[in-house]
Design a protein around this ligand. Structure first.
Ligand SMILES: [Zn+2]
Length: 425
């Protein structure tokens, strides 16, 4: 069935109030994570909405995943509708969780207040506005083309903000993102209406410990300070690792510019006795620390191999061991994700890109995210390559006080999603 661009545009404009109302209703269910609350409430709300259009809905609890308990169950919803004949499929995935509010809000973060064409609230931009835009696009498509071919699927998933293990990773393990079920996935994260995010850099987290020998702090020469040993590690990083990472540039279109190279962050450091609490009036005991640990967060490029990334660190630790008296260490892998980048010439990216041009007259920017998001699980566990993030909102506003989403941005990207559904199916 041929529908013209004007009809697509008109139907979304007509549904402006509905889009605003849905965004507000989603914000009004506070799905704070951690600890992960109201997941069942929001899934049931969305289930009711999708059932109105006869989507087949599955409520799925990710039993036994990190954080899942009877008090804080990890619920997810998958809604699928088959068309009148077999064909391509499109899937929209949105995370239902939001991060804590923090301080300095000037509005109630869970009211969804509309001020000057913007809706304010925690999760408005990341990513309940994106979820609402996708739902309105799907509903509008079904109004215009009830006898469509192929299938449309939406999933609303838990825990993206804490790694996605109780959400997309769990569903991917259960086969929901296998290429025989789904051809194309769009994740409406707030990347802006004229940007298509093709993937992300890689990440490796590890914990490094150095060891010493405890002694009285007044006679440190009788002990061996693990903190001093860790100091040597950090110095070596500064002199012989940072300059090397700085020179590794990628051809991936990572934004912002500073993230176009390899980076490492010392995420935390702890050594010796625990510092006394603020309201504790005593003093710590005088001891030489016998253990010190850091957690490193190494972000790497598609041009690098994970084995090389790890070897760089091992080599530095081994080098110190050879040159420094009594230096001993341990290193433990915590978490790793390989970089991913969807092919710019895939039909999904081409259709989306054409839709952006036809609806708002701009050629899209192709970007790569400095950090990972749920695409990692779809790629790694689901083995599904045709996946991008595309949605309304300004990424910088995510996780901030007075987070908001522009209503016109939602309308525009909803139109673009609608046109993309039509092109794909
Ligand atoms: Zn997000």
């Amino acid at each position: 069935m041929k529908i013209n661009k004007e009809e697509f545009s008109k139907i979304i404009d007509e549904r402006r109030d509905e889009l605003v109302a849905l965004t507000k209703e989603l914000i009004q269910i506070p799905t704070l994570n951690p600890p992960g609350i109201n997941y069942l409430e929001i899934c049931e709300f969305l289930q009711k909405r999708m059932q109105r259009l006869n989507f087949e809905c599955k409520l799925i609890r990710a039993f036994g995943t990190p954080g899942d308990s009877d008090k804080y169950p990890r619920w997810n919803l998958v809604a699928r509708k088959e068309g009148h004949s077999r064909g391509k499929s499109i899937h929209f995935n949105g995370h239902i969780d939001v991060v804590e509010t923090g301080k300095n809000w000037t509005v109630n973060p869970f009211e969804g207040k509309e001020i000057n064409g913007k809706i304010f609230g925690r999760g408005s931009c990341d990513m309940k506005g994106g979820i609402a835009s996708a739902i309105i696009a799907v509903e509008s498509y079904l109004t215009l083309n009830p006898k469509f071919n192929g299938s449309i699927e939406l999933s609303f998933t838990a825990d993206e903000e804490t790694g996605g293990y109780g959400g997309v990773a769990y569903l991917a393990e259960k086969g929901f993102f296998s290429p025989d079920k789904i051809d194309n996935v769009i994740i409406p994260e707030p990347l802006n209406k004229n940007r298509i995010c093709l993937g992300h850099r890689g990440v490796w987290w590890a914990k490094i410990n150095t060891f010493g020998r405890i002694a009285h702090g007044s006679m440190p020469f009788l002990g061996d300070s693990a903190i001093e040993h860790m100091g040597a590690v950090l110095r070596e990083f500064e002199h012989n690792l940072y300059p090397i990472l700085d020179k590794k540039r990628t051809n991936m279109p990572v934004v912002p510019d500073g993230a176009k190279k390899s980076t490492i962050n010392i995420n935390s450091i702890h050594g010796g006795e625990k510092e006394p609490e603020e309201n504790f009036t005593g003093f710590p005991a005088a001891v030489v620390s016998d253990e010190c640990s850091i957690i490193i967060d190494r972000r790497f490029l598609i041009e690098e191999k994970i084995g090389e990334v790890k070897k760089e660190i091992f080599d530095i630790l081994e080098k110190i061991k050879k040159s420094r008296n009594n230096f001993s260490y341990s290193i433990k892998d915590l978490h790793e994700v390989i970089p991913t980048m969807t092919n710019q010439n895939s039909p999904l990216v081409k259709n989306l890109s054409e839709s952006i041009y036809e609806m708002i007259g701009e050629n899209p920017d192709y970007v790569i995210s400095p950090g990972t998001y749920d695409q990692k699980h779809i790629d790694r566990i689901g083995k599904l390559k045709n996946c991008v993030a595309y949605g309304p909102g300004i990424l910088d506003l995510a996780h901030q006080p007075d987070e908001y989403i522009g209503i016109q941005d939602m309308i525009d990207s909803s139109k673009i999603m609608l046109l993309t559904i039509d092109k794909i199916l």
